[in-house]
Design a protein around this ligand. Structure first.
Ligand code: GLC
Length: 523
């Protein structure tokens, strides 16, 4: 399992109210205890923090808030010492407007770095060069008085987009990747990889007729000319080749990509060549309705679309989306973890989801997220609040007032309280990871959905080397008795969402609690 850490919010080692690298290092024993395989850190680079690190001012440094390069080296040594991997976030689509590259680029039209960014003349009436909108809302162009041109920013105006058609930009970014790979980093999660190349002709995007208030502001337009352009794959291949030069299969490339499944799959590589992302993030569980039928269809569609030999992956949460426990409710959050950790492929868990952490409402006046500031109501602060470690003040996250408020329920929902509680969500997640590791059918087995025969229920079989595991989930509150003889005559419960289920089970009369889930070894 990959565990995503939002460094500002994980553990503050020095009383700054903001998490840091030494804090992550302190908590590695917890991650080992939980059964994590790899840690992905959201950006740690120097940054003015207009988008909390996704606005990078230096690709080969560390923000003093988070620590130093020595702290990275220590963290690397400690993760590797425990047999864990460390994955960094890289943000190649845009820099901060305070990055020296952009400072040079905007200084004059004939600066050698001018073409490192996307500068265009105004329309004849002085308006922006085209109709493109930013993902956080508002225009994607900012007029620069001094040089009389507009620059493009698909996100905040403090995040100018790099021009990936310029070979010098590509070389500079690959150098930055090598800087970290040389230090021993095990791979990268690449931010908005599918947006990196824009239309060479800068054509207008069509309006999105399906957009409704409440949808993300970035979806007002069909992003026809800014996303998933054919030329992007060449760049992804170049990044992959850089990683592969450190040994085939040694370093991992993960792509952040929000696209329909058939288009997502092209980021594994074209024509059966698996030479792009190892793991193009599969966000379908985040994007689609939460019900048994849709989830079944999603599993079937995803498995059918996967290129031959490609390794699947599943995601339930990240720093941009409502937390799963808030979206589906506390009871279903257990079902969701059981699903995530028994599907075929690498699961990614967002920090705190293993506790059942919920979104924390943050009033607009206290918002920190640029998306909330530009588009009220769309903020991502609620899912970025401090990790809940114990019942002490500030949930044990910090000795100072944290940068975002701690959840009101932290005295009950925290690591210390859940660690020894057999009923806790954390215990369930840990057991699931333990079983997964010990059971080849769950780690490498095939997956086949079954007809569970009742509404709201989902069943699938995982199989490897003669071993079979049946997973049964109830997406509703009504209990059912299921006939699942198609999976075998009897079985033994490996993990259950409730504690009352142990030992042998008759698959002809399988009783499934409301909001319940079972992982059963069948015979
Ligand atoms: C990605 C990040 C998000 C950020 C955006 C711009 O979607 O996950 O947090 O705001 O890119 O870098």
């Amino acid at each position: 399992m990959i565990y995503q850490i939002y460094p500002r919010s994980f553990m503050d080692s020095n009383g700054a109210g903001v998490g840091d690298l030494a804090g992550v290092t302190q908590k590695l024993d917890y991650l080992t205890w939980l059964g994590v395989d790899a840690v992905w850190l959201s950006p740690i680079y120097p940054s003015p923090m207009a988008d909390f690190g996704y606005d990078v001012a230096d690709y080969t440094g560390v923000h003093p808030l988070f620590g130093t390069l020595d702290d990275v080296d220590r963290l690397l040594a400690e993760t590797h010492g425990r047999g864990l991997k460390l994955i960094l976030d890289v943000v190649p689509n845009h820099t901060s407007d305070e990055h020296p590259w952009f400072v040079a680029s905007r200084s004059s039209r004939d600066n050698p770095k001018r073409d490192w960014y996307i500068w265009r003349d105004p329309a004849p009436d002085g308006a922006p060069p085209n109709n493109w909108l930013g993902m956080f809302g508002g225009d994607a162009w900012v007029y620069d008085e001094a040089t009389g041109q507009y620059y493009l920013h698909l996100f905040d105006k403090k995040q100018p987009d790099l021009n990936w058609r310029n070979p010098e930009v590509r070389a500079a970014m690959c150098d930055a990747l090598r800087f970290w790979l040389d230090r021993g980093v095990d791979g990268f999660r690449v931010d908005v990889i599918w947006l990196m190349i824009k239309d060479a002709l800068f054509r207008d995007n069509p309006a999105n007729p399906d957009w409704r208030p409440g949808d993300s502001p970035g979806n007002r337009q069909i992003k026809l000319y800014v996303e998933d352009r054919p030329e992007v794959h060449e760049i992804v291949r170049e990044m992959r080749a850089t990683l592969d030069s450190y040994g085939l299969g040694e370093r991992v490339l993960i792509g952040e990509i929000y696209l329909p499944l058939p288009r997502l799959m092209t980021y594994y590589g074209a024509d059966g060549r698996l030479d792009e992302c190892h793991l193009p993030f599969n966000f379908s569980l985040l994007e689609r309705p939460w019900d048994a039928r849709t989830v079944r269809q999603t599993i079937e569609e995803y498995e059918a679309e996967l290129p031959h030999g490609a390794w699947p992956n599943w995601v339930l949460g990240n720093h941009d989306k409502t937390r799963i426990a808030s979206r589906v409710g506390t009871a279903q959050a257990r079902v969701a973890q059981l699903l995530l950790l028994t599907l075929r492929g690498t699961p990614t868990c967002y920090y705190g989801d293993e506790l059942g952490m919920q979104d924390v409402p943050i009033p607009h006046e206290l918002a920190r997220d640029p998306q909330e500031i530009l588009s009220p109501g769309y903020g991502r602060d609620p899912e970025r609040t401090p990790m809940q470690w114990d019942a002490s003040p500030h949930a044990g996250f910090s000795t100072a007032t944290p940068w975002l408020p701690v959840a009101a329920d932290y005295r009950d929902v925290n690591v210390a309280a859940e660690q020894d509680d057999p009923h806790a969500m954390l215990t369930l997640v840990r057991r699931l990871l333990e079983s997964r590791r010990a059971t080849p059918a769950l780690t490498v087995g095939t997956v086949r959905t079954l007809d569970a025969g009742q509404p709201d229920t989902l069943a699938y079989l995982r199989e490897a080397d003669g071993g079979r595991v049946l997973v049964v989930l109830n997406f509703g509150a009504t209990p059912y008795t299921l006939d699942l003889r198609q999976a075998g005559a009897t079985g033994t419960v490996l993990v259950a969402t409730g504690l009352d289920r142990e030992g042998s089970i008759d698959l002809a009369h399988l009783s499934l609690a409301g909001n319940g889930g079972l992982v059963i070894k069948t015979t």
